[in-house]
Design a protein around this ligand. Structure first.
Ligand code: XIL
Length: 366
């Protein structure tokens, strides 16, 4: 009997006390990190220690489910530095220490991005200064954590077909002031500061199978070809996968799988880095909503994990109690959002079982 059937059976039998049903359901919910590990994969989540103060149950859930984590905020530039050149690593250090204690790998996130900059950064950028500002930041931050992180998201969301450039790059502050070489420089500087970390280009919407996604995928492959030909140390690509529940038809199809093969041919390690499913415009009925969300998790992850170059899955949160979607894409009807694998009481939802099934169906990595 598979896990989902077991839980359905538990719900259907005469388990009189709600508490004992909950315990039984939780016992049936094998840790996702364990299911992943059986296939040579990693499973994890974004992490912010402040949530553990609000919910000790969440802390327990996190440690039991995850063997890799991405700081949700703590390594972003605006979290580390409020004034020019002055850095406070204390909160990020706590997170790294927590992960070390609990044998959780850390994905450094993120060094060069157009978002989450402290107010002082844009004010200091000019074609004369920008290169130094960026390289100083990389040396300080990647240097500080050197040897302690599994990987770095060196550049984040650097593509944007909306910028209308032939190369598909986002016309952000770095590109405007340094030029297209900012990407190469960022990767080389990170490799020098932390030679052990795996260096990743993290990007959104590479997984959607519409015209926008096509343009992104094409730009990504062109960028990789140019950078790799020059020997730029880029080891992996992160697919954020902030998916939308109302776009089930454009996810995990043939063009996506072909793209993963193209990345594989370029010897990239691939990571799903920020997985969640927005249920903001889905029906109000919880059963119906949870089913749509779970089906997308299953479809997307099954397609992704079929490819051996995909090494791990990181969700953008584990419990619906602590999801950025409640602020970023709230429901118009005011109902709480349900984008993640576990509910607000840290109990597994259909999404959990869908993720578990996809991990169980994945070929074992060698
Ligand atoms: C988000 C956080 O979850 C929010 O709390 C914060 O307000 C904004 O950033 N792409 C990324 C992540 O690479 O860092 C973003 O995280 C979500 C989109």
């Amino acid at each position: 009997m598979n896990r989902r059937d077991f839980v359905t059976m538990l719900s259907a039998t005469a388990v009189t006390k709600w508490a004992s049903l909950e315990t039984a359901v939780q016992a049936a919910a094998a840790p996702l990190k364990q299911l992943a590990d059986q296939k040579g994969l990693m499973f994890g989540s974004s992490l912010a220690l402040k949530y553990f103060e609000q919910s000790p149950a969440y802390k327990q859930l996190f440690v039991s489910q995850c063997d890799i984590a991405t700081p949700e905020l703590q390594m972003k530039w605006n979290s580390l530095s409020r004034q020019p050149g002055i850095y406070d690593f204390s909160t990020a250090d706590q997170l790294v220490a927590f992960c070390a204690t609990n044998r959780i790998k850390v994905r450094g996130h993120t060094l060069v991005w157009h978002d989450s900059l402290p107010v002082w950064v844009p004010g200091q950028l000019s074609p004369v200064t920008a290169r130094t500002v960026m390289l100083d930041h990389i040396q300080k931050v990647a240097g500080h954590f050197a040897g302690k992180l599994y990987s770095w998201d060196v550049v984040n969301e650097a593509l944007d077909p909306g910028s209308q450039r032939p190369d598909g790059l986002r016309s952000n502050l770095w590109l405007q002031n340094i030029g297209v070489s900012y990407i190469e420089q960022a990767f080389r500087a990170t490799a020098a500061a932390d030679p052990k970390a795996l260096l990743v280009w993290n990007e959104n919407y590479l997984e959607v199978s519409n015209g926008f996604g096509d343009a992104k995928r094409k730009a990504m492959l062109n960028q990789l070809d140019a950078l790799l030909a020059k020997g730029v140390p880029i080891h992996g690509v992160g697919l954020e996968a902030h998916l939308r529940g109302d776009q089930a038809n454009v996810l995990g199809d043939a063009s996506y799988e072909a793209f993963l093969s193209e990345l594989t041919q370029r010897k990239m390690k691939i990571f799903i880095t920020e997985l969640d499913i927005q249920d903001s415009s889905l029906p109000a009925d919880v059963g119906e909503r949870d089913k749509i969300v779970a089906d997308i998790y299953r479809k997307f992850l099954t397609a992704s994990l079929r490819q051996p170059a995909v090494k791990g899955v990181v969700a953008w949160g584990l419990s619906d109690a602590f999801s950025w979607i409640s602020g970023y894409r709230p429901r118009k009807d005011g109902l709480p959002v349900r984008p993640l694998a576990f509910d607000i009481n840290c109990q597994p939802k259909p999404a959990y079982f869908a993720i578990a099934e996809a991990l169980e169906a994945a070929p074992r990595r060698v």
